[in-house]
Design a protein around this ligand. Structure first.
Ligand code: DAH
Length: 341
């Protein structure tokens, strides 16, 4: 009997070692310990065993059954691990392969510069007020101390819709509309599109300006200088300096044109600043008393400062762009250079 026992055990060991899949193993398990299996058959043979040997025979067969079952579960675990690893291998994703980056848009350089200007001035307490692009002669000229037939009207080549209605040639009407609606202290920026009959490498019939206005008690030219000094340092860099040159605008008295040290050569002189070391960036001044009075502000109590800058001009200086038209052609190769992702 012992021999039979050893033979079954030995055969099971050999056959289990040979199996290569859990399916094969299950079939084999049935052959040994299943309902009609070899070990089960031994148990069935119990009845033919003499009574005094039955107990030891039963124990032997049971031990055999336990041993064989353990051999099966060890092999089953081994095969399951192998099959799982094979599945992992076949389903593997190569995570080192570069993915496809979706094309993302980016801000237009004019918006980058506009946002930077807003950040600079809003950080100093300015609010934003937008006026209409189609405006009247009164707001665009008369209320800014430019009466009909005044020679200063020639400073801008205006698009008229009727005698009285026009495409605003500057954002300065934003000053007037604000002063009419708001009591001092006033600190506003008025941005937007403006239109002039001009078209060459440095002029576009539509471009963008930002008007700035501060009205309060005791506002002076020193405040204007301090404000613009701070602005150009934020806009260009810490070393940038400003210079005021006397100028003329009907709505400011005195009026100045403001230059900054060239952002390319820092004042030494280069092709960008035409060898002068300075670049003009905006017009400004102390608000003409007549303009304050026309908008209902007492010029004995309050004074104001104003400035007007062109976003295209600042963008061209900052990025060294020589032709304004490149800003409106929407050439993706040009625009991609400003993508800071
Ligand atoms: N409106 C002027 C222009 O378009 C710019 C300007 C100059 C605005 C002086 C101002 C200023 O507020 O004080 O050329």
């Amino acid at each position: 009997m012992q021999e039979k026992h050893n033979e079954i055990k030995q055969n099971a060991k050999i056959e289990i070692a040979k199996t290569e899949s859990t399916k094969e193993l299950n079939d084999l398990k049935a052959k040994y310990v299943g309902k009609n299996g070899e070990v089960t058959a031994l148990l069935r043979g119990m009845k033919d065993i003499p009574a005094e040997e039955r107990a030891s025979f039963g124990k032997m067969v049971n031990d055999l059954k336990v041993e064989i079952t353990e051999m099966f579960s060890a092999k089953e675990n081994e095969l399951k691990d192998k099959e799982m690893m094979a599945k992992f291998d076949s389903e593997a994703i190569d995570i080192t392969l570069p993915g496809k980056t979706p094309l993302a848009g980016s801000l237009h350089p004019l918006n980058i510069v506009k946002n930077k200007i807003f950040d600079a001035f809003c950080g100093m307490g300015f609010e934003v007020f937008e006026g209409p692009e189609i405006d009247t002669d009164y707001y665009c000229f008369q209320a800014l101390n430019i009466p009909k037939d005044h020679p200063a009207r020639d400073m801008q080549d205006t698009f008229y819709i009727t005698d009285n209605i026009l495409l605003r040639p500057h954002t300065s009407p934003g000053q007037v509309r604000t002063m009419e609606n708001k009591k001092p202290p006033i600190k506003i920026l008025s941005p937007g599109r403006v239109y002039r009959a001009d078209d060459d490498a440095s002029h576009s019939p539509m471009f963008h300006q930002i008007e700035g206005l501060v009205v309060d008690k005791g506002v002076s030219l020193c405040d204007l200088q301090g404000l613009l000094d701070e602005f150009v340092k934020i806009m260009f860099d810490e070393q940038t300096k400003t210079r005021f040159r006397p100028s003329y605008f009907p709505f400011t008295e005195p009026s100045v044109e403001v230059d900054v040290t060239c952002c390319k050569c820092h004042g030494k002189g280069c092709s960008l600043c035409k060898g002068t070391g300075w670049i003009e960036i905006l017009g400004a001044g102390i608000v003409n008393k007549k303009v304050l009075e026309m908008s209902g502000i007492d010029s004995n109590e309050y004074s104001g400062l104003a400035f007007g800058l062109g976003i295209e001009r600042i963008t061209m200086i900052k990025y060294g762009i020589s032709d304004i038209r490149t800003l409106f052609e929407n050439n993706v190769k040009f625009l991609k250079q400003f993508n800071r992702r």
